[in-house]
Design a protein around this ligand. Structure first.
Ligand code: FMN
Length: 448
């Protein structure tokens, strides 16, 4: 396969059954039963495929996200499918769309992850993507026998080794090694099977993997690092980079920064796609679209507003603070730094109350307007090198996804930005990313 000669817009959808907005499940047209409803996810995947999306993406947290079960009980976030299981099922009801999911490097083991994503890639005919995260939610630690969340730098060191081991495991078999030759009686060529024999700081993995090389060579690696350490990690390993950016200038700076970092690691910057998040809400007029967004804000309960702030900026308890009062001083935290810093800066600069900050957070990626306005936004960011594509989170589902596919996608196609038909078979081919050669060994083999 060849990579795209012309830079082309790519699209992904961040799918949460209850919608991207915290109160999405309560919207009159939302689907409160969406989180654990396979038929609902299948319909949505087919809608996105009709809109020629490159990929759908399932985020993941390996915990119930919240200590305060009362506020959690007012959101649709207390339950969700295990992502790889859901993607395997979705692969059977779709043909083209890429299927990407988060799996944390902090609370998993490389052998399991290499195996699961290799299986998904085989089952889906080369459509798998792995979003490598280091876990933003400290609560996950307690589910895996740890008293404390691993420290930020250490999480990324572990993740770096994790990814190298996974890639080495995916490369266990050479592409042509599994011959399954009845006549000679050889199932695979022994010379084409390589045992990583990895021993490192965090992992000791002999290998090889018990599954032949994935159709894509390696499933596409997604990443969302944002801190300097996270960006370095993304620049080393990420092929699609998610980022939370709300203004053109900072988005352009992020884009230039991660492309330069990738180049410094000897990678072709064109093979590192930057996807800011966006949450489109289409209506006949901008006023109507904004009004609908405001209605979603009215559905956010006080406790949920407090938790939204608390969960995203620091390890402190806001339950005794008036929701319409100012933010108290926030201590340093061991969680996602970039997000926290951005929100704190915004709150201080604009003198926002806890509720206002929560609502800002709930709609920070919102682009509410007419189909033309949304297409203009996408085109502007794409042409200004702030984005190669977008990670689209619909505020509630399925209406806004259907509206986007029916009203915005045709405009993007008319403007020559988006494909009208899938050009490749695999996610890599559709994204214009090269297939890694099996000979690119990521770890020194030893002891064979
Ligand atoms: C679109 C998007 C999706 C993300 N999905 C997850 C996820 O599923 N699980 C998770 O633990 N973190 C997720 N993150 C958090 C990132 O992995 C990362 O930790 C965060 O952007 C902060 O960057 P830092 O780790 O460099 O501080 C996501 C971030 C973004 C922007």
């Amino acid at each position: 396969m060849t990579t795209h000669p012309v830079r082309r817009l790519s699209l992904g959808a961040l799918v949460q059954g209850s919608g991207g907005h915290i109160a999405g499940w309560r919207h009159p047209d939302g689907r409160p039963d969406g989180q654990l409803n396979f038929a609902f996810h299948a319909d949505l995947a087919r809608t996105l495929e009709r809109g020629r999306f490159d990929a759908l993406f399932l985020a993941d947290v390996v915990a119930v996200w919240g200590h305060q079960l009362d506020s959690l009980s007012r959101t649709g976030r207390a339950e969700h499918f295990e992502p790889i299981t859901l993607l395997a099922a979705l692969s059977l009801v779709t043909e083209h769309i890429g299927l990407a999911a988060t799996a944390t490097a902090t609370y998993n083991h490389p052998f399991h992850i290499a195996r699961k994503f290799a299986s998904l890639d085989h089952i889906s005919g080369g459509r798998a993507g792995w979003n490598v995260v280091t876990s933003v939610v400290p609560l996950e630690a307690a589910n895996f026998g740890f008293d404390r969340h691993l420290e930020h730098e250490l999480r990324y060191r572990r993740a770096d080794e994790f990814v190298q081991v996974v890639k080495a495991l995916w490369d266990s078999f050479d592409d042509a090694a599994v011959v399954r030759d009845k006549a000679t009686g050889r199932y695979y060529d022994p010379a084409g099977l390589h045992t990583p024999h990895h021993r490192g700081e965090h992992f000791s993995v002999r290998g090889p993997l018990n599954i032949s090389r994935p159709p894509q060579g390696h499933p596409v690696v997604f990443q969302a690092g944002s801190s300097p350490t996270g960006r370095e990690f993304a620049a080393r390993h990420g092929e699609v980079l998610f980022t939370s950016q709300y203004e053109l200038g900072p988005a352009q700076a992020f884009y230039a920064d991660v492309k330069a970092r990738a180049a410094a690691h000897g990678r072709d910057p064109a093979h590192v796609l930057v996807w800011p998040g966006i949450s489109p809400l289409v209506a006949a007029t901008e006023t109507e679209a904004r009004q609908r967004l405001g209605e979603l804000g009215d559905l956010v309960h006080d406790d949920v507003a407090r938790r939204l702030v608390q969960d995203n900026i620091g390890d402190l308890d806001l339950s005794d603070h008036p929701v319409d009062g100012p933010l108290p001083d926030i201590p340093e935290s061991n969680r996602s730094k970039s997000r926290r810093d951005l929100l704190l800066k915004t709150a201080r600069a604009e003198g926002l109350t806890i509720r206002q900050l929560a609502l800002r957070f709930a709609t920070d990626a919102a682009v509410a307007g007419t189909p033309e306005q949304i297409a203009d936004h996408i085109e502007t960011w794409f042409r200004a090198y702030a984005a190669d594509g977008f990670n689209i989170s619909f505020p509630y589902l399925p209406g806004p996804a259907e509206d986007f596919v029916d009203q915005v996608v045709p405009l993007l196609q008319q403007r020559g930005l988006l494909r009208t038909e899938y050009e490749g078979t695999t996610l890599r081919e559709n994204l214009g990313l090269p297939r890694p050669a099996a000979r690119d060994r990521h770890l020194q083999e030893s002891g064979r």
